[in-house]
Design a protein around this ligand. Structure first.
Ligand SMILES: [Zn+2]
Length: 186
C-alpha cells in the first residue's frame, strides 16, 4: 500500500484553488486509489486532492459505505443550518464547532465519467462542504470568527512546538488537543 504525506496547515498548497479535472485516465484512478489508502491510514472520513499536494478538483471519502470518489463537485443547493465539531486531517488533533448548511445537493462525476447528483444531510452534507472548501483553498480555521481564529492559531503553534501531532494508528503520540476525535477529521 502506498500513501501520500498529508499536507498540514501552513503548507501553501492548501491555500490554492484546485483546477477542474479534464481527463479521466489511469493516472487519475491511481491518484484516487492512493488518496483512499492515505485517508484510511490517517483515520479520516474524507480527503481532498490538495491535502496530498495535488491541485485537482477531486476528493475521496468513506462514511461507512466503502470508499467513494467525487470529481469536479459542485454544490447546487443548500438549506438549513447545522452545528458540528469539525476536524481536518490538515489540522490534526483540532476541532472547531462550526455552523454550516445542514442539507446540500452536490453534483459531480465519478471515475467512470458518470454524472452523479445526490443530497447530503448532516455529516454527509458537512463532508461535502468541507472537501469543496479544500478545493477552493479554504481551511476550516478560516471559517472561524477572528477571536476564535486567533485562539486556534495559538493552539496550533503550541502543539507544533510540543512535537509532531499523531499521524495515525502507528504513532503512539496522544492527540495534541484534549477531546479530539479523529473520526471527525474531514
Ligand atoms: Zn480537511
Amino acid at each position: 500500500m502506498s500513501t501520500f504525506a498529508v499536507r498540514l496547515f501552513g503548507d501553501p498548497v492548501l491555500r490554492q484553488r484546485a483546477a477542474e479535472v479534464e481527463e479521466l485516465d489511469g493516472d487519475l484512478a491511481r491518484l484516487a486509489s492512493t488518496m483512499i489508502d492515505t485517508m484510511y491510514e490517517a483515520i479520516g472520513l474524507g480527503l481532498a486532492a490538495p491535502q496530498v499536494g495535488v491541485l485537482k478538483r477531486m476528493y475521496v471519502y468513506d462514511l461507512g459505505e466503502g470508499p467513494q470518489v467525487l470529481i469536479n463537485p459542485e454544490i447546487v443547493e443548500s438549506s438549513g443550518a447545522w452545528t458540528y465539531d469539525e476536524g481536518c486531517l490538515s489540522l490534526p488533533g483540532m476541532q472547531f464547532e462550526i455552523v454550516r448548511p445542514k442539507l446540500v445537493t452536490v453534483q459531480g462525476i465519478d471515475l467512470d465519467a458518470n454524472e452523479v447528483v445526490f443530497e447530503g444531510d448532516e455529516l454527509m452534507g458537512r463532508l461535502i462542504q468541507h472537501e469543496i472548501d479544500h478545493l477552493d483553498g479554504t481551511l476550516l480555521i478560516e471559517r472561524l470568527d477572528p477571536d476564535r481564529r486567533k485562539e486556534a492559531l495559538r493552539e496550533w503553534r503550541r502543539a507544533q512546538l510540543e512535537g509532531p501531532p499523531s499521524m495515525g494508528p502507528s504513532s503512539g503520540a496522544p492527540a495534541v488537543v484534549g477531546g479530539s476525535d479523529r473520526s471527525r477529521h474531514l
